[in-house]
Design a protein. Structure first.
Length: 283
């Protein structure tokens, strides 16, 4: 089989086009990866904030995942806004059924989105336990410090990573990027090895979609067969360029840019070969 690698994002729609599945699709395209979607919620959103959320029925979310996996055979999956506990439970069941995440053959990048950069909620408050329950499937979980505070009760990057791994994630990528220091330092660890991903902090208010872009770029590289640390390193280089090419649009926080990736995914790394190699089978 030839053609581009395929990745799936399970995420909400941002009508303003800066974050959510729109940012994920821009990112997949920048890496030369064919992007597919399972929509969890439609948000009424612009650069100023979120004024409405319409959730998709849980079974329809699960059916989108099944339809994509059975036909297009993604070789990596990313999650973003998951909205509610019933939706998360339906997604967990679909992931187990289709071999997505730990114990399966398709790696899972889990971005535990809880709120927008303006503080508007993107996850129902009673869904935190369900979200924590999904971590046991994650190849990597990618919270920012507001999310670690909510999910594991600390803003310390090392302590948070330890707690996330204890919940079952294979790797934790704890982002430190929202602070005010001169560097943007994220911690990637599997509990044995620590990798600090360090980049200059770019002075801009236009960082809408940065978290989605980092997670989607990781999924794009995984879809092409990268190891998890290599995928995260490439994604960090990409998101730094994305922030550097951010722009103003609308009255509020503008989006990051999505320039063509310096390290695109090779077309020949698609589908069957990647799955077979991960499963230890002869393609
Ligand atoms: N101003 C910035 N300059 C450089 N990198 C940034 C900047 N803001 C965020 N990042 C990086 O973007 C990625 C996403 O981080 P963050 O914005 O904290 O995620 P989220 O959108 O989930 O809150 C991280 O790697 C972070 O270090
Ligand atoms: C629909 C939707 N999904 C996710 C987000 C959050 O995007 P993210 O890149 O994690 O963070 P901010 O850009 O909000 O800092 C969203 N706003 N909408």
């Amino acid at each position: 089989m030839s053609g581009p690698a395929v990745a799936l994002t399970v995420a909400g729609s941002d009508s303003g086009g800066g974050a959510g599945l729109q940012a994920d699709l821009h990112t997949f395209a920048a890496f030369g990866v064919h992007g597919t979607t399972a929509v969890t919620a439609v948000t009424v959103q612009n650069t100023v904030g979120v004024t409405g959320v319409h959730e998709i029925p849980p079974q329809i979310v699960a059916d989108q995942i099944g339809a994509v996996v059975e036909d297009l055979r993604p070789t990596a999956v990313k999650t973003g806004m998951l909205a509610s506990a019933p939706i998360i439970e339906a997604i967990g069941a679909a992931f187990r059924q289709h071999g997505i995440g730990r114990g399966g053959t398709i790696p899972l990048v889990l971005d535990p989105v809880c709120a927008s950069m303006h503080g508007d909620p993107l996850l129902e408050p009673d869904a935190l336990d369900a979200l924590r329950g999904l971590f046991a499937l994650a190849t990597v979980v990618t919270p920012n410090l507001d999310e670690t505070q909510l999910l594991v009760g600390t803003r310390d990057q090392r302590d948070a990573a330890r707690a996330l791994l204890a919940l079952g994630a294979e790797h934790a990528l704890v982002k430190g990027g929202h602070g005010t220091g001169p560097r943007s330092r994220d911690l990637l660890t599997d509990g044995v090895t620590e990798i600090w991903l360090d980049a200059e902090r770019i002075e801009t208010g236009n960082t809408h979609g940065s978290g989605d872009t980092l997670a989607a770029a990781t999924a794009a590289r995984l879809a092409g067969g990268d190891s998890l640390p290599d995928a995260v390193r490439a994604a960090k280089r990409y998101v730094t360029r994305a922030v550097a090419t951010s722009y103003s649009v609308g009255a509020g926080h503008g989006p990051v840019g999505h320039p063509p990736a310096d390290e695109p995914v090779r077309a020949s790394a698609a589908g069957d070969e990647v799955v077979a190699a991960r499963a230890g089978a002869t393609p």
